[in-house]
Write a protein that binds this ligand. Sequence first.
Ligand SMILES: *Cc1c(COP(=O)(O)O)cnc(C)c1O
Length: 402
Amino acid sequence: MKKFDPATAINAVQQLSAERGVNPSINDSATFTFPKGQLMTDTFHGETEGYYLYSRHWNPSNFSLCQALAAMENTEAAWVTGSGMAAITCTLLNCVKKGDHIVASMTVYGGTFAFLNNWIKRYGVDVTFVDTTNLAQVKAACKKNTKVIYTETMSNPLLRISNIGELRKIADKYGAKLIVDNTFTPMIFSPYRLGAHVVVYSMTKFINGKNDCVAGAICADAEFINSLINVNDGTAMLLGPVLDSYRATSILKNLYTLHIRMKQHSANAMYLAEKFNSIGIKANYTGLPTHKDHKLMKEQMNPQFGFGGMIAIDLKTAEKANRFMEAMQKEGIGYLAVSLGYFRTLFSCSGKSTSSEVPEEYQKEMGMSEGLVRFSVGLDNDIEGTFARMHKILKKEGFVKK
Ligand SMILES: *Cc1c(COP(=O)(O)O)cnc(C)c1O
């Protein structure tokens, strides 16, 4: 496959305001006028270009952000939503009807897991959870009525990697759609190019990177995006999870620095992972050759952005994990908070927070310990100093000897 650089692809998108300002204007109108009645009719049916009808359908600010996201993902089109969950639920609901079946990763984001396990089943859609890194398990779970295979490129919190190309082959055999959540690894992976039909994001995390809003995105071919926004039966149109245009404009500006941030998150995470290991604290990081999926990740990744900003270390008990996190927060190393992709380091104990919707038996099966501390490593300029402070705490608490 030809090399692809998502950062350069975004940079090639030219978006000036109507007055030639370097940033596209914020267009905060909910409705739009037409010089001719016929143009309104045609726009309602999606038959015009450059005309807007009503802001839930399309608006210029969201359109600019979608153009940049589509460039990054190398898809024909994109759609943005008011949250990552809205992007995920609208995408899933647009692909299934009563009597259909979904095969999903059992390590998916807690909200996605709850939606699949508790909500969608009420409407007669059957879901089988499997380990999507085990292709034999995926194959065995697929049935005649399987319409979706759902996975995350990098899983939470154990950072396992999905083989997107192989999953696509299985999906094709059943005429199913492969939907991939790439929230942990924007730019690092280009799942659409690897074989996903649809790529979904929580832009709340790395893409926006500021923790000042919640937002989501769906990237796919034009046919799928058009079906999502069909005025008669498209989920994104009818469930109405529209992203506010002020937010879309602010996320767009943050998107243009994403590649620099990803490189720094990755470099800092790699440094910490190696250092943790050197003092006898086992770090789970895909950049280390000892990680189960290191090789698979290297085969699929765009090479310049590193292995991502997420690390997990195992302190065995929740009590120890809490003690360590509280001390780190006190030291100003970062914040004891859920979420990720922020410029400051965030840490949380996965089993008791972001994965708490996942039943304990699944947590055990995926090898999750209750003392697992997940880090979203920040953009620290002095990561050596950051580690030195972590090390001091680990020694003081008696978690390491040297
Ligand atoms: C946060 C997150 C979501 C949900 O996104 P929201 O923006 O909080 O609705 C979905 N998937 C992953 C992997 C996430 O980390």
